[in-house]
Ligand binder design. Structure first.
Ligand code: NAD
Ligand code: IPM
Ligand code: MN
Length: 353
């Protein structure tokens, strides 16, 4: 039996997770998978109700009793310091050591790109380091709230942390027949971390002689992702740069409404989540695009070894584009529920037809 914990979360999270759940149920039925889906009440409502962000007991059960989790989004204007999101999302990334943040950005429909002449071959996979860097929470503030305030946020980079994400990127390139890996950093200014990342990149990369190595500065990379994204196959980068560049790459391949991600420890547990957030500006309106969450279902099923079911989910997403059943962010008129139900029904039709 495969057990998946659903954490709908905040804002549009519950809206898109509902669609993902429908699709996942149909995929399980069609492929005869013994799948258990449990909803978890974690997020801003729970925090505001009883002060719980993520208790040690919940954390242990999530990681111990489930094969994987699917999270909608966390972030709510009623919790301005975002403490619950950091405790839950960053907490799980650290606790389960989910060091790979896998973020594929493939241009499925060129017309959905805001670029003038998008190359249909655009297909980039980001390997974002997910446990270190500027996300380590190392720092502090002094004389807080005064005119003399000092705030320090330090970037943590360990040899172990850099080596394992760089290796994961090269191994993925090799396994998927990709021919290049690009390192993105700011080694011209951030010399200490840059030195470590570049040395490890060369060292690990030399074990993969058939794979080209490029190193790019993050400012030039942001520009080049808009100019010629088709040049990039696998990108490996630090936590913050990966966070920023994966939103950019999502937009050039159709928008945040489409982009899935996996927080993965290749040896144990994984948590899947759309790249997008809780989108308070559209929450409750029923117009959020559920495709990113549904694409997370595909990533999760593939990760758990259910490749056929994953491919089927990808097919129903593609079909929704072909048939024009899309939400307003893609120019369509479907609601989140309609788009989700359409994809689930399509999957079911394909089973019986
Ligand atoms: P956001 O990703 O929530 O929204 C950015 C823009 O994209 C908004 O205009 C939004 O309407 C649009 N958008 C996002 N997802 C969409 C979808 N599925 N369909 C259609 N349009 C969509 O980013 P933000 O506004 O900077 O952040 C809002 C909150 O979400 C913040 O609290 C932030 O910390 C949080 N956040 C959470 C996650 C997560 O839980 N994984 C990720 C990113 C941001
Ligand atoms: C993401 C989000 C998170 C991050 C936030 C909500 C903590 O932006 O998953 O991309 O910065 O990693
Ligand atoms: Mn982000």
């Amino acid at each position: 039996m495969v057990r998946i914990a659903l954490i709908p979360g905040d804002g549009i999270g519950p809206e898109v997770v509902r669609a993902a759940k429908d699709v996942m149920r149909v995929a399980a039925e069609k492929h005869g998978l013994d799948l258990t889906l449990d909803d978890w009440d974690l997020g801003a409502d729970r925090y505001l109700r009883d002060g719980t962000t993520l208790s040690p007991e919940d954390r242990d059960r999530l990681v111990g009793d489930y094969d994987a989790a699917l999270l909608g989004a966390l972030g709510d204007p009623r919790v301005p310091d975002n403490v619950h999101a950091r405790d839950i999302l960053l907490g799980l990334r650290l606790f389960a050591d989910l060091y790979v943040n896998y973020r594929p950005c493939k241009l499925l429909v060129p017309a959905l790109s805001p670029l003038r002449n998008p190359d249909p071959a655009t297909d980039i996979v980001f390997f974002r380091e997910n446990t270190e860097g500027l996300y380590a929470g190392m720092g502090g503030s002094f004389k807080t709230g005064t005119a003399d305030e000092i705030a320090i946020e330090e970037s943590l980079n360990t040899y172990k942390g850099v080596e394992r994400i760089v290796r994961a990127a090269f191994e993925h390139a090799l396994a998927t027949g990709r021919t290049s890996v690009t390192l993105v950093d700011k080694a011209n200014v951030l010399a200490y971390e840059g030195g470590l990342w570049r040395r490890v990149f060369a060292e690990v990369g030399s074990e993969f002689p058939g794979i080209d190595r490029n190193a790019m500065y993050v400012d030039a990379m942001a520009m080049d992702l808009v100019r010629r994204p088709q040049r990039y196959e696998v990108v490996v980068t630090s936590n913050l740069f990966g966070d920023i560049l994966s939103d950019l790459a999502a937009q050039i391949t159709g928008g945040l409404g489409l982009a899935p991600s996996g927080n993965i420890n290749p040896q144990s547990w994984a948590l899947f989540e759309p790249v997008h957030g809780s989108a308070p500006d559209i929450a409750g309106k029923g117009i959020a695009n559920p495709v990113a969450a549904v694409a997370c279902v595909s990533l999760a099923l593939g990760h758990l070894g259910m490749e056929e079911a994953a491919a089927d989910v990808d097919d129903c997403i593609r079909a929704s584009f072909e048939e024009g059943v899309t939400t307003p962010d893609l120019g369509g008129t479907a609601t989140t529920r309609e788009a989700g139900r359409w994809m689930a029904a399509r999957l079911l039709d394909a089973a019986t037809g």
